[in-house]
Design a protein around this ligand. Sequence first.
Ligand code: GDP
Length: 177
Amino acid sequence: DYDVQEKIDYVFKVVVIGDSAVGKTQILSRFAKNEFCFDSKSTIGVEFQTRTVTINGKVIKAQIWDTAGQERYRAVTSAYYRGALGAMLVYDITKRQSFDHVARWVEELRAHADSSIVIMLVGNKADLVDQRMVPTEDAVEFAEDQGLFFSETSALSGDNVESAFLKLLEEINRVVS
Ligand code: GDP
């Protein structure tokens, strides 16, 4: 039966953070269900989605948490970060402000999450090429400076979403093994 999973070696908790409307929920459903929902909102109530993948022979269940809109009220609590081994820190390449706030989100992670947390900086909405306000080089520089992994994605087209998550899970696997 397709639904009968093999033995799961690890469960990795991953949190998705970043400003409101950058595409966190869409990135998550793209990875977990390979879906993009055109009339989404609001995700209030949904806490996490899972997807099981095999990495280096290990069966890993990724448990990926969505802020469910809490970030709008700056109400993301330490409970959200508790036990998280990875973070997807998302900004919108068409919204400079969402990139300017990334430093604040990194501080938030450093304050509330485990110090060994693996962070992937994600510039989403890469399909909106004509509206780009954040040059790739700015993000590459910031990521190198802060020791983050970096990718530009489109939850709409699906570009790089899978590879960004797999890279993050691979690095977590390296840290825990
Ligand atoms: P969240 O508040 O960060 O969870 O953002 P959502 O996932 O709700 O997305 C906010 C808006 O951006 C919605 O209207 C989405 O349809 C849109 N959106 C999300 N990802 C993309 C993307 O990759 N490309 C484009 N063009 N729109 C996107």
